[in-house]
Write a protein that binds this ligand. Structure first.
Ligand SMILES: [Zn+2]
Length: 385
């Protein structure tokens, strides 16, 4: 195991040294091609057939699909190649140089989730490809941290890669089968300004927004009652009023007003239907006030993850860890893969508490455990009848 871990460490160091930030702000957005090329070299050498998918978005962005065997009933080991941007000043060591301290590997993307790919390779070391009866697929995606463009691209291609999907996002080795979906909305109202002494001289966008906020709160109360799911710490859907801007002066009718909110939807709540309903509310209120109103979506909504409690991979990971599958508060690429008929479970050695912040690290002991667990899963799902 010592040699195996040393190899994992040196491969992880290579990946950490290749910047692959993805960001909705184009100024920070980078290509992930170097990471994909490195993975292609490793998995190609291990006998995998390689396929690169160009994701139509921003600078050079790629998904890599590496496959041993054919068919769509096997095991998929999936991860993203990108990291979030970093804040140089908060780090005790260079974020792009892997640093080992106190049984941990520090570096940008160690936990979330570059460590996953060297772990997959380590788990494969003792498995003879000729023994595979069902296919094993390694999927490395682009832009999970920003737009999920890589996973969206896969879903749009409409090809299921395998029945069982393990996504190695940081869960501290706890199997996760559920998370909420996310929608971000922006309501834009354009009325008419005028002198405050006579309301008839304009159309007040702030008054209209006040009515709409009442409707949003009523929708929220009703949804929380209708969609209760006690697998979540916050058991219902939420709608957060996040920021509002409007008007410029107390003695002028407010001509324009903008509100942004987010919805966190439990499984079962159809986000698209909810947004259609809220769009109709905005239009009706605006029309009644004689102003223009619309609901915009700055980001395409993300569906909730709801993999069945009795899915084979859920059960296998519960047995391997002695831990019941749970839910998390963050979103993943799982819903895109489940939409293709796969059963996705989120399970990785990093801890979400250390991700997306300075001094990100992964515990080396958990990396060693993850290698053993993955090896057993590959045996069970790909090598046995
Ligand atoms: Zn991640």
């Amino acid at each position: 195991m010592t040699d195996t871990l040393a190899t994992v460490g040196s491969r992880l160091a290579e990946l950490v040294a290749l910047p692959s930030v993805s960001c909705v702000d184009a100024a920070h957005d980078m290509s992930n091609a170097d990471v994909v090329d490195t993975l292609a070299g490793w998995f190609g050498a291990a006998g995998f057939a390689l396929e690169r998918q160009h994701v139509a978005h921003g600078p050079d962005k790629l998904n890599l699909i590496a496959r041993l065997g054919s068919g769509d009933d096997g095991l998929v080991l999936a991860g993203h190649t990108d990291t979030v941007p970093y804040d140089d000043s908060g780090w005790d060591s260079d974020p792009f140089t892997l640093s080992e301290r106190d049984g941990r590997w520090y570096g940008l993307g160690t936990a979330d989730m570059k460590c996953f790919f060297p772990i997959v390779l380590a788990a494969l070391e003792t498995i003879e490809p000729a023994r595979l009866r069902r296919p094993l697929v390694m999927l490395a995606t682009a832009d999970e941290e920003s737009s999920m463009a890589g996973a969206r691209h896969l879903e749009q291609a409409g090809r299921r890669l395998g029945r069982h999907v393990l996504i190695g996002e940081p869960t501290a080795l706890r199997p996760i089968r559920k998370h909420k979906g996310i929608a971000i909305g922006r309501i834009v109202l354009a009325g008419r300004s005028g002198h405050s002494s006579d309301p008839g001289l304009g159309a007040n966008a702030l008054d209209c927004m006040h009515e709409i906020i009442g409707d949003l709160k009523a929708w929220r109360a009703q949804a929380a009652e209708q969609y209760r799911d006690t697998d979540f710490a916050v058991p219902g859907p939420t709608l957060n009023l996040g920021c509002i801007r409007g008007g410029d002066s107390p003695n002028r009718i407010c001509g324009e007003c903008e509100l942004m909110f987010d919805i966190r939807a439990v499984p079962g709540l159809d986000i698209d239907a909810a947004l259609a309903e809220l769009t109709a509310v905005v239009r009706a209120r605006a029309a009644a006030a004689g102003i223009e109103g619309r609901l915009e979506l700055p980001m395409a909504p993300l569906a909730a993850l709801d993999t069945g409690a009795d899915a084979a991979l859920v059960r296998a990971l519960e047995t391997a860890t002695g831990t019941a599958a749970a839910s998390v508060a963050f979103a993943t690429e799982g819903p895109f893969l489940n939409a293709l008929g796969s059963e996705s479970v989120i399970f990785g050695p990093g801890d979400i508490a250390t991700a997306h912040q300075p001094n990100e690290y992964v515990e080396i002991a958990r990396v060693a455990q993850m290698i053993d667990i993955l090896r057993d899963l590959i045996e069970r799902f790909c090598c046995h009848d």
